[in-house]
Design a protein around this ligand. Structure first.
Ligand code: SF4
Ligand code: F3S
Ligand code: FES
Length: 246
């Protein structure tokens, strides 16, 4: 069958949607059809991909307005004859066609202090309860596709928030470390004051688009908000901290 791909073509100076008629075969995903388009009609089409197995996080784009992995979106989910519109991630600057500059995310990753075990604990001496292992394993399924970062309205609609907001993927990284039984760094003040957790108003769009099915909001962001609230607004915790600082 022939499908209509409506692809955004352009660069940082601007661009437009262009329609292409491309062959699509049963069982194919959007990335297959984009590759056929590139091979047969548009050799200069810029598109980023690597594993074609939903594991490298490279092929993120917006398909009919929804952030998705091109390699994990079957053509069969669209109605026959329905154009498939593919645009670059809106939250990040376009480099060319479907490729965006996601370096914001790497900058945010660098702002989070790394795992900090207790002094004197050598590798090989780490012991963790299974429940703690499982909790962080959910977060470590992240493939860094940045679809959650793309969809979060705090930065999608407000460029000015980028400086002070880590986004769901990296707020989740802080949560993972804060919940780690062997991490001794205090991350509760920083998650609010430096990484911008207060901007998140729990819309859960990040959770909805995560291809790994990670419950980002329920299992990472809300527990961190509870820890911040305990620290800042529980009078007994506040009193205890004030006295211990003297
Ligand atoms: Fe992608 Fe999910 Fe990781 Fe966000 S948390 S970067 S949506 S895998
Ligand atoms: Fe954004 Fe997710 Fe919070 S989409 S507002 S980080 S719940
Ligand atoms: Fe690796 Fe799609 S190509 S996730």
């Amino acid at each position: 069958m022939t499908s209509t791909l409506r692809v955004w073509r352009g660069d940082a100076d601007g661009g437009a949607l262009t329609d292409y008629e491309v062959e699509a075969h049963e069982g194919e995903v959007v990335l297959d059809v984009v590759h056929r388009l590139q091979a047969t009609q548009t050799p200069d089409l810029a598109v980023r991909w690597n594993c074609k197995a939903g594991k490298c996080g490279s092929c993120s784009a917006e398909i009919n307005g929804r952030p998705r992995l091109m390699c994990m979106t079957r053509m069969s989910v669209f109605e026959p004859g329905e154009p498939v519109t593919i645009t670059p991630l809106r939250t990040f600057p376009v480099i060319r066609d479907l490729v965006t500059d996601v370096s914001y995310n790497y900058a945010k990753a660098r702002e989070i202090p790394s795992f900090t075990p207790p002094p004197g604990l050598a590798p090989g001496e780490y012991r963790m309860a299974q429940a703690d292992v499982e909790r962080s394993q959910e977060f470590r399924k992240c493939i860094e596709c940045f679809l959650c970062q793309d969809v979060c309205h705090v930065i999608r609609d407000h460029e000015e928030n980028k400086a002070g907001y880590a986004g769901p993927r990296f707020l989740m990284r802080v949560a993972e470390l804060e919940m780690h039984p062997l991490d001794v760094a205090d991350r509760v003040d920083a998650v609010q004051d430096e990484h911008g957790l207060g901007h998140c108003n729990i819309t859960k769009c990040c959770t909805e688009v995560c291809p790994e099915g990670i419950k980002i909001t329920d299992n990472a962001l809300i527990p961190m908000k509870e820890r911040v609230a305990d620290r800042k607004y529980d009078p007994l915790v506040w009193l205890g901290r004030t006295i211990s600082r003297r």
